[in-house]
Design a protein around this ligand. Structure first.
Ligand SMILES: Nc1ncnc2c1ncn2[C@@H]1O[C@H](COP(=O)(O)OP(=O)(O)OP(=O)(O)O)[C@@H](O)[C@H]1O
Ligand SMILES: [Mg+2]
Length: 417
């Protein structure tokens, strides 16, 4: 220990004999030790002695100075100040500050050393840090859960879509299959007739066999077959074309353009392929009316806009209990294109209107809606720098209008891609 002197004596040796300063030293709650230029203790206040008792049981305030690391005094001399933290064997953490200066009036060099027990503060800080880490971990978990939910909503949409598509494809495939069965029978009859004709031609008297062939032709119902065959083929071709169209729509609908730049796209085409996909859900109770205007090509990720339209069409369908109409209108003005989907459904109460875009807000029974449809739609449309406007009246219906800029703003566009 480089400091010398007895701190108990020091207490009575005021540096300047000034009573006020003496009183201030005595009463401050900070542990303070004042030393002269030779590092002899001039004064150690009661707080310093109490701290020494607590941190270094059985020792005096002077021993506190021994806690200063080598170099602390030199640094204080060179730069006027040294500060650091020291942990004593009992576990208490002390923040120590050494200041160098000149005594008032006499200009004698002095050292002022203050000690602060920061164990509790550090413990609180550690606790806060731990809470912060826990909160951050919880936040990460929640973000992950949200992502999973969004994913499962997508899966639910895909499930719905798959069910609809399966149904739509099943119908044409069903009648093409049945037509193939009929064709098989027709071909059997035609082959039988050809064989009868061959046999007649090769017989000794073909003219005599004519009546047999005619009877065979009547029995096999060949006239009916000849009339029905073209119809059967046309119907089957139509069925196959319908399946091809649905598969094409599905491909277009689910095309993942992630990372691709937005492309000028035909919103009417997107609307039609989406309608085709949700048609199975709508066709039994909804009459769809279309009032399409002129639309320029709109810069967007069409598959994402299709997802928005699907959400709006499904919601519109679900809002109609028995029978109703969905009116789809489109138009463009002032550099913006819009698609509006108006239903004659139950409508949205005014108090619910501000919440419908909130994730998980749903008025539907458990298992029917997750309340993510509009939240996702909102996110997609915002990403396209557009907006969704809603007007609704309970008992009358709701109109959702998606408005998109025809051309994406340049700077923001660059960010998105
Ligand atoms: N066309 C509409 N008519 C009446 N209410 C609607 C309509 N569209 C949305 N809503 C209301 O907004 C709520 C939220 O819609 P959103 O599409 O986000 O979720 P959801 O349809 O309930 O569930 P899902 O996640 O399956 O789409 C609905 O539950 C409904 O109360
Ligand atoms: Mg929905």
């Amino acid at each position: 220990m480089s400091a010398q002197g007895n701190d108990r004596q020091g207490e009575h040796t005021a540096p300047s004999g000034d009573g006020d300063i003496h009183w201030a030293f005595r009463t401050t709650e900070n542990a303070v030790i004042l030393l002269d230029g030779e590092r002899r203790i001039l004064h150690a206040n009661p707080s310093a002695r109490a701290l020494a008792e607590r941190a270094l049981p059985g020792q005096g305030a002077g021993e506190l100075l021994a806690l200063l690391p080598a170099g602390a005094w030199d640094q204080a001399r060179d730069s006027g100040r040294w500060a650091g933290e020291v942990t004593v064997p009992s576990g208490i953490v002390l923040e120590i500050v050494v200041r160098n200066g000149l005594g008032m009036g006499d200009g004698v060099a002095l050292h002022l050393v203050t000690f602060d027990d920061v164990s509790q503060r550090n413990a609180r800080q550690a606790e806060l840090q731990q809470r912060h880490d826990e909160l951050q971990a919880a936040h990460h978990r929640l973000a992950g859960a949200q992502e999973q939910l969004l994913q499962s909503e997508k899966m639910a949409s895909i499930g719905l879509l798959a069910a609809g598509v399966a149904h739509e494809i099943n119908n044409p495939i069903g009648y093409v299959h049945s037509n193939l069965g009929t064709l098989h029978e027709y071909i059997g009859a035609l082959f039988a007739l050809i064989e009868a004709q061959d046999a007649a031609l090769q017989s000794a008297d073909p003219a005599a066999a004519r009546e047999d062939v005619r009877a065979q032709r009547e029995r096999l119902d060949i006239d009916f077959i000849l009339g029905d065959l073209p119809k059967l083929l046309a119907e089957s071709r139509e069925g196959i074309e319908r399946v091809t169209k649905i598969v094409q729509d599905l491909k277009e609908f689910s095309y993942l353009g992630r990372g691709d730049p937005m492309r000028p796209s035909d919103l009417h085409k997107g609307l039609e392929s989406t309608l085709n996909i949700v048609w199975n859900d709508l066709k039994y109770k909804v009459r769809v009316e279309k009032h399409y205007g002129e639309l320029p090509l709109v810069e967007c990720h069409l598959s994402e806009i299709n997802q928005v339209l699907m959400c709006l069409l499904i919601n519109a369908g679900q809002s109609i209990d028995n029978r109703g109409t969905i009116d789809i209108a489109t138009g463009a003005e002032d550099g913006e294109a819009w698609i509006s989907i108006a239903d004659s459904g139950c409508g949205i109460p005014p108090e619910a209107l501000p919440r419908i875009f909130d994730p998980f807000y749903t008025s539907k029974p458990i298992g029917r809606g997750t309340g993510l449809g509009l939240a996702i739609a909102y996110r997609i449309v915002s990403k396209h720098h557009g907006r969704i406007e809603v007007a609704s009246e309970v008992g009358v219906g709701s109109t959702f209008r998606v408005v998109l800029p025809v051309v994406q703003p340049v700077a923001a566009d660059a960010q998105d891609q």
